[in-house]
Design a protein around this ligand. Structure first.
Ligand SMILES: [Zn+2]
Ligand SMILES: [Zn+2]
Length: 85
């Protein structure tokens, strides 16, 4: 009797922990796409979460090393860069 009730309590606790983990949603700041599945990619320029579709890879000059690096930036930041050029 005692053992079975202990098991039930443990099961509920585990379920609660899983649900809490699933409840962390991320949202793409461009299309407002919300998802709790997987995780968004953080733009290396504006540090905002971006979905796969609005994330691009750009070649950015690192002024510290003088080398070009591949960076994942969102389409918004990429657009801003093309305007500045
Ligand atoms: Zn998006
Ligand atoms: Zn960005």
């Amino acid at each position: 009797m005692v053992a079975s009730s202990y098991n039930v309590t443990l099961e509920i606790n585990l379920m609660g922990a899983n649900m809490a983990e699933d409840k962390i949603p991320w949202m793409c700041h461009i299309c407002d796409h919300r998802s709790t599945f997987g995780e968004g990619i953080v733009c290396s320029e504006c540090y905002k979460l971006t979905c796969n579709e609005h994330m691009t890879t750009a070649t950015v000059l690192n002024t510290d090393t003088g080398l070009y690096e591949l960076k994942k930036i969102c389409v918004e930041c990429q657009f801003r860069k093309t305007l500045n050029q």
